[in-house]
Design a binder for this molecule. Sequence first.
Ligand SMILES: [Zn+2]
Length: 437
Amino acid sequence: MSATAALPKVFRNALLVTQDPQRRVLRGDLAVEGGRITHVGPGAPAVGEEVDASGFAIVPGFVNTHNHVAMTLLRGLADDRDLGGFLEVLFAVDAKRTDSDLEAGAAAGIAEMLLSGTTTFLDLYYGADAIARAVERLGIRGYLGWAVLDPELTTQKGRPLDNARGFIDRWRGHERVVPLVAPQGVYVCNAETWLGARDLAHEKGTLVHYHLSETRREVHEHEAKTGRRPPLWLDEIGFLGPGQVAAHGVWLTRREVETLANKGVAVAHCPSSNLKLATGGVAPVVDLRAAGVVVGLGTDSVASNNSLSMLREMHVAGLLQKHHRWDAGALPAQALLDLATIDGARALGVADRLGSLEVGKRADLSMFRLDHPTLLPARPEAIVSHLAYSASEEAVDAVYVDGEAVVRHRALVREPWAKISGEAEAAAATLWAAARR
Ligand SMILES: [Zn+2]
C-alpha cells in the first residue's frame, strides 16, 4: 500500500525512552528513514520533515502478546462469570459470526490499540482473513494466529489445520500481517492437533500461539484424562519448543516453569483477564523471568478485560505481583515497561526489529504528551514510572508504525473513527440480538 511509504523525518528534542540494552532515557532527536530508525540522541542531521517533539516522550510502540481482537464487539456481553460461564455465552455468539462483523470488530479493537500506543499485537481467532484486512486498513502490525481445534469440536467449515495452512499461505509476506497457527488449548485439542500445528509451523516457519494452564479446572481435567498436567503432557508428546507463545500460564508448578524455560517457550501474561475471570491463581511471572522464560504482556480480549490498553495492563501486572508476593519490589516499573515493549518483541522472535528505539529497528513508536496531568511531574527520572503506573491513554498524542503516522493528535490517520465505530455498532447490534435469543 503506497500510503505506508513514510517520508524521512526527525523528531527533535524529545524525551526518548529508548528501552535499549542500557534502558537509557535521554533528551535528543530520533531520525527515521525508510521506516527505520537511523539516529537516536542529540544532533541528528536534517533528513526531511522536522517534528518539534520537545513537549513529548517518545516511547517504543507497545507489543500486546495476547488478544482476540475481533471480539471487541462483545465487550460487556459476558461480564461477571467464570471462564466456563463466559465461554458458554461466547461460543454461542461465535458460531453466528460473519466475515464482515469479524472485520468490523477487529477494526474497532485495532483503533483502540493504536490510540493507546500499541503498534503490534498477537491474536488468536478463526476467520483471521477478516482480521488481516482490518490490520491492513488501519496500519497496525498484526501477528495473527488461526485458531485450530479438533475437527469434531469446531464450528469452522473444513478442517481447522487446513484452514490455518490456507490462511498462512494467503498472507505470508504481507507488510504488516504475520500469519501463524494457534491451537486453542488442551481442552479442545488432542495430541494429533497439537502435533499437526507444530509441524505446520515448522514447515511454514511461523510462530505457534496457544492458551496454556489458564484455570485450575483445565489443569485438573487434563491431568485426570492423561495423567499429566498440560505443560508436561505437551512436552511428553513432543510439542513444546522455541517459536511458541503460551498465553496465561497461571497454574504452573516449579517444574513446569523449568520445562518452559528449557524448551524456549515464551509466556503472554494477561493479569486483568485472569483477575476478572476469577482464575484464583497468580501467574508466576517473577519465577518465569528468573528461570529465563521470556514473558510478554497481553490484554486478552475485551470480553474478559475489558480494555485493550497496555498502560492499564502494566499497572495491573505490577500491582498483582507485588500484592501476591508481599514484595513491593516485585516487577518494578522498568520490568513492566520491558514486558510491554522489548520482551513482547522477544516473545515474537523479533527483538532485532521491534521493541526499542535503536538504530536499525523499525520506527514503531508513540508520542506521549508530557503536559498531561497523569505524567506530572514530567521529570526524566520518573517517566518510566509514569508509563507503568499512571499514564492515561489520553496522553498518547501520535503513533507511528514503520515511521508512518497512524495516529496524529489523538485521531486515526487512515480512517475516521466515526466510520469504524458506525460499522462496529451496526454489527454489534445484530450479534447482541442473536446472543439474547
Ligand atoms: Zn485468550
